[in-house]
Write a protein that binds this ligand. Structure first.
Ligand SMILES: C[S@@+](CC[C@H](N)C(=O)[O-])C[C@H]1O[C@@H](n2cnc3c(N)ncnc32)[C@H](O)[C@@H]1O
Length: 327
């Protein structure tokens, strides 16, 4: 992690959304108009997917091979990963990431690991020799280093919400263990049984205490039972009301002095604000709540949910971590 890239300080409001997000700007209007035409939208989805796989395989991520391998191993774990009483809210059933069934399908689950490696490589795209594993490690190290100053004393019980296939959950568990939180119990929670089945396959050492199937806004887990809750790349997949509900639930789940950390795209990052229009169009075609994410004043929402000592840290030049404490 490049410490000179780190900005940390008291949070004072939220920046305006990037220009390509705002449907009221000429560029934003053009993008919205293109996405409103269904055949064009379909074409954009297809383009986004092709581009993603091609770029990833060029950079050493065996996208399709890994997908088949994970699917074979994960399918038998689906029923063990499904809580029958859990009902996914309607917003969750939207089309995400070019998958018609959003996060509730095998393709999404068996490509999530490859997709997050691609995200990590894109952060340092000028370093052509960087391996996907090294990029992933560097991205996660930056995130957890950002959280560390808010942790007061040993962390015993941790929940990673929107854990997907567990890349961040496992990285966090390792990082905590290596940074003095011996015997820490880390659990993951997600609404997609397919993602959770893949997470179980990836958790080869049984390192994670529990993989919960549930909604982050209504987990059903006991109040005041966690020292740390992380939401790594979850908020940009939520409409604003759902984000507010998730913050409320996190406040309920945390012990006094417990810490909540939200990692996601940094609206203040130049790399995000100045995204080329073509790329921005593809991104908007595959992320239904991106505009909500950038429009929501997350620091203010954290304060409204009762959090204090809110810090913003740019963990790399595309992502920020908002770290907040439950009084
Ligand atoms: C981009 S992925 C998260 C990536 C992962 N946390 C990581 O660090 O690599 C977003 C995940 O959030 C999950 N998700 C979205 N809305 C949710 C909700 N309301 N409750 C629980 N999980 C949710 C999706 O199923 C998906 O797996």
């Amino acid at each position: 992690m490049n410490s000179s890239a780190i900005h940390a300080g008291p949070v004072i409001g939220s920046p305006p959304p990037p220009p390509w997000v705002d449907a009221r700007t000429p560029l934003g209007r053009l993008i919205a108009a293109a996405l409103a035409v269904e055949p064009l939208r379909q074409l954009l989805f297809l383009q986004a997917r092709r581009m993603m796989i091609r770029t990833a395989e060029t950079r050493g991520i065996p996208w399709r091979q890994r997908r088949e391998q994970l699917r074979q191993q994960a399918e038998p774990l689906l029923s063990a990963s499904t809580e029958a009483a859990v009902v996914a809210p309607p917003y969750y059933r939207a089309r995400f990431h070019a998958y018609a069934e959003g996060n509730l399908c095998w393709d999404a689950a068996c490509e999530a690991e490859q997709a997050t490696d691609s995200v990590a490589l894109r952060v340092w795209k000028e370093e052509k020799q960087l391996s996907p594993t090294a990029a992933q490690q560097r991205m996660r190290d930056g995130i957890y280093a950002a959280i560390q100053p808010s942790l007061r004393g040993p962390v015993h019980n941790v929940l990673d919400i929107g854990c997907s296939v567990g890349v961040g959950t496992l990285a966090l568990a390792d990082w905590l263990e290596q940074h003095g939180h011996r015997g820490v119990r880390v659990s993951g929670l997600d609404l997609s049984p397919q993602m959770l089945a893949v997470a179980r396959v990836r958790d080869t050492g049984g390192r994670i205490a529990a993989w919960h199937h549930g909604a982050a806004e209504a987990t059903g887990l006991p109040a005041e039972s966690f020292d740390l809750i992380t939401a790594q790349f979850l908020c940009h997949e939520l409409p604003s009301d759902a984000t507010r509900a998730v913050l409320g639930e996190a406040a309920r789940l945390l012990r006094p002095q417990g810490v909540l950390a939200l990692v996601d795209q940094d609206p203040e990052a130049e790399a995000i604000r100045a995204m080329p229009p073509a790329l921005a169009t593809l991104l908007k075609a595959t992320e239904p709540y991106l505009e909500d994410y950038f429009r929501l004043d997350l620091p203010a929402a954290l304060a409204e949910a009762g959090f204090s000592a809110i810090r913003r840290v740019a963990s790399d030049h595309r992502h920020r971590v908002l770290v907040a404490t439950r009084p």
